[in-house]
Design a protein around this ligand. Structure first.
Ligand code: TYM
Length: 344
C-alpha cells in the first residue's frame, strides 16, 4: 500500500507539514516571524507542502491584476526566505483542483453553526458591506487544504489556531461518517512570534490589510531607511522599563522585545542582558531595527533575483503543483467513492 496517500496507518513516513498564506495585502514581519521562519527552520526533518492560497484571497474582492502579481511575489518570497524547493512542494492553490473539489465534499459534512462561530468570520464580516458565501466557507477550504495531504502538523500564527481546530473537527466528522480517511492535524504555534502586534498600535495584530498605513507594519521588502523610520515611531509606554510583560499597557515594549527574541533566537534572560545597558526606549528601538534590517537584507536581495527570473519561478511552481496533485487527487477520489459518487 502506498504510504504517501493513505491516512492513519502508523506511517513510516516523516511527519507531513502543510501551511499557506493568502496573497492579499503586503507580506509583513508578522507573516514572516509567525509562520514562514518556522517553516524554513523545520523543513529538513519533515515532508512539506507550502501553498499560496489564492482561492482564499478571493473571499474578499480583489483587483485581478494585482492578485495575479502578488501570488507570484509571495512564491518568490517563500523561496527568498529559504524554502528549499527540493525539500518542499511549493505551489499555488488554484493549480491543484483537488482543493476546490475537496472543499465542496467537506461542505457537505460541515454544520453551518461551526462556521458561524469562527471569530475571523465575525470580524471580517462586520467590516464588509457585502459578505460573500465564500467568506463563511473559508475555513472549510482551509480544512480541505490540510486534510487532503494527511498533514500531521500545521505551523501557523495564533490567529489561525481556531481554523486548524475546525479542520480537526471536520476531519474527525468525516472519518466518523465514512470511515478512516484523514489524519487529524495538530496546529503548531510558535512560543514567541505567534502574534506580532502593530507597531503603531500594540493592541491590534500586525496585518496585511493595514500594512499600507505607514508605521503599522514592517513589510518584507522595505528598505533599511523605512524599517528604521517605522521602529523609531513604534509605540511604547511611559514606564521607561525594558522588560517582557503581559500588561496591555506595556504591549508595545513587549512586542519589540518579542521581535528581537525570535530573530536572534536568544532566551528571555539573554535578551534582557542585551538591553541592560540600553539608554531608554530609543536604544531599544534602534537595536531591534538593526536586527530586523540584518535579517531581511539577504531575503530582499534574493527576492529581487528570483522575481527577475519568472521562467524559473514558474518551473518550480509547476513541479510543486505536480507533486501536490499526486497526493491530493487520489485523496479526493477516495472521498468521492466513500460518499457514493460514481467515480469515473
Ligand atoms: P494569513 O495569510 O492571514 O497569514 C499567513 C500566516 O501568517 C501568520 N500571521 C501572523 N503571525 C504572527 N503575527 C501576526 N501579526 C501574523 N499575521 C499573520 C498567520 O497566522 C498565518 O500562519 N487562513 C490562512 C491561510 C491558509 C492556511 C491554510 C494556513 C489557508 N489554508 C492551511 C495553514 C494551513 C490565512 O489567512 O493566513
Amino acid at each position: 500500500m502506498d504510504d504517501m496517500t493513505t491516512a492513519n496507518q502508523t506511517p513510516a513516513r516523516r511527519p507531513r507539514v502543510f501551511s499557506g498564506m493568502q496573497p492579499s495585502g503586503a507580506f509583513h514581519l508578522g507573516n514572516y516571524l509567525g509562520a514562514l521562519k518556522q517553516w524554513v527552520q523545520g523543513q529538513d526533518e519533515k515532508e512539506n507542502f507550502f501553498c499560496i492560497v489564492d482561492l482564499h484571497s478571493l473571499t474578499v474582492q480583489q483587483d485581478p491584476a494585482a492578485l495575479r502579481q502578488r501570488t507570484r511575489e509571495f512564491a518568490a518570497m517563500y523561496l527568498a526566505a529559504g524554502i528549499n524547493p527540493d525539500r518542499c512542494s511549493l505551489f499555488i492553490q488554484s493549480h491543484v483542483a483537488a482543493h476546490a473539489e475537496g472543499c465542496w465534499l467537506l461542505n457537505c459534512v460541515t454544520p453551518l453553526g461551526w462556521l458561524q462561530k469562527m471569530t475571523q468570520f465575525k470580524d471580517k464580516a462586520a467590516r464588509q458591506e457585502s459578505v460573500s458565501a465564500a467568506l463563511l466557507d473559508y475555513p472549510v477550504l482551509m480544512a480541505a487544504d490540510i486534510l487532503l495531504y494527511d498533514a500531521n502538523e500545521v505551523p501557523v500564527g495564533e490567529d489561525q489556531k481556531q481554523h486548524v481546530e475546525l479542520a480537526r473537527n471536520i476531519g474527525e466528522r468525516f472519518n466518523h461518517l465514512y470511515g478512516e480517511t484523514f489524519a487529524i492535524p495538530e496546529p503548531m504555534i510558535p512560543k514567541v512570534g505567534a502574534r506580532i502586534m502593530g507597531l503603531d498600535d500594540a493592541s491590534r495584530k500586525m496585518s496585511g490589510s493595514n500594512a499600507h498605513i505607514r508605521g503599522h507594519a514592517v513589510r518584507l521588502l522595505d528598505e533599511p531607511k523605512e524599517i528604521e523610520y517605522v521602529f523609531k515611531r513604534a509605540v511604547t509606554d511611559s514606564h521607561g522599563e525594558i522588560r517582557f510583560s503581559d500588561d496591555p499597557e506595556r504591549a508595545g515594549v513587549n512586542n519589540l522585545l518579542g521581535i528581537y527574541k525570535v530573530i536572534t533566537g536568544r532566551s528571555e534572560e539573554q535578551v534582557l542582558a542585551d538591553f541592560a545597558s540600553a539608554r531608554g526606549y530609543g536604544d531599544l528601538k534602534m537595536r531591534v531595527a538593526e536586527v530586523v534590517i540584518e535579517e531581511l537584507g539577504p531575503i530582499r536581495e534574493r527576492y529581487h533575483q528570483l522575481i527577475a527570473e519568472p521562467a524559473e519561478l514558474d518551473r518550480l511552481l509547476a513541479i510543486g503543483a505536480e507533486r501536490a496533485r499526486s497526493v491530493a487527487a487520489p485523496k479526493v477520489r477516495e472521498m468521492m467513492e466513500k460518499m457514493g459518487l460514481v467515480v469515473a
